[in-house]
Design a protein around this ligand. Structure first.
Ligand code: NAD
Length: 371
């Protein structure tokens, strides 16, 4: 046994009951698990707050490796180069990254820029013949999402959306229980997603760059969660908007929207998306024979979850570490995830977002079966 493994084992034994150490020991154990297959070599585009989180998480990956960057800020590139050992030949900016097509050392680009740039950048990466991982929301509407799917399909590269929760252990445990019928017929889902947004000048409050407000940014977790927790596609949507601060949340930027989704099996989802309440992160699934509750349900974790059978104890591993390794498996080995993360999955959420905005505007129930 390697000394690192012994160290990990010691921590796991001595730190029982201390969640922080247990979490790090889970990560050590995860990282130490032997792997000598192919590596997915990734360039991150957009070295902002989430790009930085992904880069840090990738340091513990087994199957994915950060090898390149695309950024408009040379000073950031220099820092990332020295921190992560990125070679100069793998560094690009937004004007010249099409040249990545001639770089055999990069397999995929992870687009982590403001939402309004996802579509254009994804199409350019695809045209350069590289696989694309793109953050949520995949674009600013379903039309953009479909264009991205079509562009990637046309040149035979994969398009995956950064739905990290689709690989999270407790989420998968509950989805597995629902599939086995352990909750009985599903009747109700409640999703609450929100935080208080700060700086009024940030891109998230600029319609061109964000595509919308809280719904695009955080409400999408409740939409996506309703779909994977219930396991069906909704057939109708109704929605109502509340805006308490019209100066900060201008036309086209939603502050708070409550929405309802109807599912073909008879289940209903009732959800809240908001930029006006902090730490709002809760899922509740109710069936005739059981229930599941997650709080927090989609934050960076550890996720806390319990069902009618008790607390879930699956270890926390940094979401983005698992996500990137699993995505490497999907791209390199054609692995099929339990919950899809492909472009088509992203388009499904975008169609629902489009319908929610339409329902808010018209006050009508929107049929989702015809689109
Ligand atoms: P951020 O503002 O911290 O970073 C955005 C990056 O894009 C910056 O490096 C910025 O320089 C760059 N950029 C390029 N062109 C730009 C332009 N025209 N205007 C502004 N910035 C520009 O934002 P973030 O929080 O990292 O979010 C980036 C993406 O990641 C968003 O799509 C967001 O929804 C997504 N995200 C996902 C998660 C998740 O858990 N999956 C979490 C946070 C953010």
């Amino acid at each position: 046994m390697s000394s690192r493994r012994e160290f990990v084992q010691k921590i796991a034994t001595s730190a029982l009951g201390l969640p922080v150490l247990l979490n790090s020991s889970s990560l050590f154990a995860y990282t130490n698990n032997h792997y000598d297959g192919p590596l997915l070599r990734v360039a991150i585009m957009g070295l902002g707050s989430y790009g930085t989180r992904v880069a840090e998480a990738m340091q513990s990956c087994r199957k994915a490796k950060l090898v390149g960057v695309i950024s408009g800020t040379p000073s950031k590139v220099a820092i990332w180069q020295s921190k992560y050992g990125i070679e100069g030949k793998n560094c690009y900016n937004y004007d010249n990254f099409d040249e990545i097509k001639d770089n055999p050392d990069i397999d995929a680009v992870y687009v982590i820029t403001p939402n309004g740039l996802h579509c254009e950048f994804t199409k350019r990466v695809a045209a350069a013949g590289k696989h694309v991982i793109c953050e949520k929301p995949m674009g600013i509407n379903a039309r953009e999402g479909q264009e991205m799917v079509d562009a990637c399909r046309a040149v035979n590269v994969k398009l995956l959306i950064g739905y990290r929760m689709h690989f999270e252990a407790k989420t998968l445990k509950i989805v597995g229980m629902r599939k086995k019928g352990e909750f009985g017929k599903i009747i109700f889902f409640q999703g609450q997603s929100g935080f208080i947004i700060g700086d009024p000048n940030q891109w998230r409050l600029n319609k061109k760059l964000s595509g919308g407000g809280a719904m695009m940014d955080i409400g999408i977790y409740s939409i996506n969660g309703a779909r994977y927790m219930i396991g069906e596609e909704p057939i109708w949507v109704t929605a109502q908007e509340t805006k308490n601060d019209p100066v900060k949340f201008k036309e086209g930027i939603d502050e708070t929207i409550q929405f309802q989704l109807g599912f073909p099996g008879g289940a209903v989802a009732s959800c809240l998306s908001t930029y006006a309440v902090n730490h709002l992160d809760r899922f509740y699934l109710a069936g005739i024979e059981g229930w599941a509750e997650m709080q927090p349900s989609t934050g960076y974790g550890p996720i806390k979850a319990r069902t009618h059978k008790g607390e879930l104890t699956d270890p926390h591993i940094t979401h983005q570490t698992v996500q990137m390794d699993e995505m490497a498996g999907i791209i390199l080995e054609n692995k099929q995830p339990v919950i899809p993360v492909d472009g088509e999955e992203g388009v499904k959420d975008m169609k629902i977002i489009d319908a929610i905005y339409k329902a808010v505007k018209t006050g009508k129930k929107i049929d989702l079966t015809s689109s």
